[in-house]
Ligand binder design. Structure first.
Ligand SMILES: Cc1ncc(COP(=O)(O)O)c(C=O)c1O
Length: 442
């Protein structure tokens, strides 16, 4: 396509396409990047420029763009079955996926309920928790608990358990507010305190709430190990053990939202494994389809499943989405799981992650950087710019100049790269991020 024609549709995109998480007026000065194709860790635009996708396109792309093995699985599936409804019907990809995921929890979370995006999975977990208590004769359990700085999505139910003012405030009157308890964010440690100490204080806050309200509380929802969207706040795994114990003591469900942290992102396949606990509901999305197709699911236990199993239709879980368990998305997910095993991804990521961490040392030691932190394949630091206003947008724009896709959250710069970076790409990412930081801080 020639440049004039291309500019024409890019400009039109600003009218016909309402872009997500964007103040559209900012595009008066910030051009859209028009992507033509992707290969491996790179996205290519229509003018021949390339960008290293260091945030896996909103944390979804695990094994690179145009991955040969996922492409092959999808091409094969396309010729068999693109979609069939999942009520009254089933198909092999959805059965295999459910069984393989259940096996990764040792069979503890043996029932998978499907949807398409992360927020829908959160809605399902909240509704299922409430409805399970109702079916079990405890209809007063109608309230939910989330953590300070939590993010669980932006539909009305998910937003009610999200504690990010920017996303929530405008919709306050529409939301059934949840209880917000202290975050175990390790950055809060006072001199002489460890991350585990912070976790214990935060768990104490939850205990106090449960002592007062447990009879009305259905579930506590947490993002295990890393609260991502509010700024990559990391915590000690002991927090998850304490929350699990409190939920057991007070008869409250635990929902683990692993939409961002699942699929190997924190170093284990499920983040909960690092605390040796299982929740009552585990939400998965984003990376599960390798970043190819919208797919989400909620895994749950036999006791929850049995609370709905009855001759009475109204006791069933009547939630549905048209594309529930889409076969193409499930095949992409099966191909993704196969890569984890074939390539020994978790072990290789330890090596890759250590290399990137070492390469980022000059940033960690930079005088205008605080709280350099890492959990598995999540790297973050808090920049200290003289001019905080607009930092994230200025950084994003500078990063594009350096062939990087990086999109800070406020002053927090983070990387969540795909699990395929070569040594050269690791070196390029680290050195150019330092350049971007220095240009943005100037
Ligand atoms: C922890 C967590 N939960 C839920 C969501 C919502 O997922 P989606 O954007 O697919 O609705 C996100 C998205 O970033 C997330 O990070």
């Amino acid at each position: 396509m020639n440049t004039a024609a291309q500019n024409d549709w890019v400009a039109r995109s600003l009218h016909s396409v309402w872009h997500p998480c964007t103040q559209m007026q900012h595009h008066e000065t910030m051009p859209l990047v028009a992507i033509s194709h992707g290969r491996g860790a790179w996205l290519m635009d229509h003018e021949g420029r390339r960008y290293l996708d260091a945030i896996s396109s909103w944390w979804v792309n695990l094994f690179g763009h145009a991955n040969a093995r996922i492409n092959a699985a999808l091409k094969d599936q396309l010729d068999k079955l693109e979609h069939a409804m999942l009520a009254g019907f089933t198909h092999e990809p959805v059965v295999q996926l459910s069984e393989q995921l259940a096996a990764r929890t040792g069979g503890v979370l043996g029932h998978c309920f499907y949807a398409s995006d992360g927020a829908s999975a959160v809605e399902i977990a909240l509704k299922m928790s409430f409805h399970a208590w109702r079916n079990l004769g405890q209809p007063d359990k109608q309230e939910f608990v989330c953590l300070s700085g939590s993010y669980h999505g932006e539909t009305i139910g998910a937003l009610a358990v999200t504690d990010v003012a920017l996303f929530r405030e405008a919709y306050g009157p529409l939301l059934q507010r949840a209880h917000v308890v202290a975050s175990p964010d390790a950055r809060q440690a006072q001199a002489g305190e460890t991350a585990a100490d912070v976790a214990r204080h935060a768990a104490q806050d939850l205990r106090q709430l449960l002592e007062a309200r447990a009879g009305h509380i259905a579930a506590v929802i947490v993002e295990p190990l890393v609260q991502c969207a509010s700024g990559m706040a990391m915590h000690d795994p002991v927090y998850l053990q304490l929350v699990r114990a409190l939920c057991d003591e007070f008869g409250v469900h635990l929902i683990a939202d692993e939409i961002a942290v699942g699929c190997g992102r924190t170093g284990s396949f499920f983040a909960c494994e690092q605390a040796a606990i299982w929740p009552d509901f585990l939400c998965l999305s984003k990376g599960i389809s390798g970043g190819y197709l919208p797919l989400s699911l909620v895994m749950t236990r036999e006791e929850i499943y049995q609370a709905f199993y009855h001759a009475d239709v109204a006791r069933g879980f009547l939630h549905s989405h048209s594309y529930t368990g889409n076969p193409l998305a499930c095949r992409a997910a099966l191909a993704t799981l196969a890569i984890f095993d074939e390539d020994n991804v978790l072990a290789m990521n330890r090596v890759r992650g250590d290399k990137l961490e070492a390469a980022l040392a000059p940033i960690a030691q930079h005088p205008q950087v605080k709280n350099f932190r890492r959990q598995g394949m999540i790297f973050a630091f808090d920049a200290q710019p003289a001019q905080a206003e607009g930092f994230a947008r200025r950084f994003f724009t500078e990063a594009l100049q350096q062939e990087l896709l990086l999109r800070p959250i406020g002053n927090t710069v983070y990387m969540m790269p795909p699990y395929i970076l070569s040594d050269e790409e690791i070196a390029l990412l680290a050195t150019r991020t330092l350049t971007v930081l220095e240009h943005t801080l100037r």
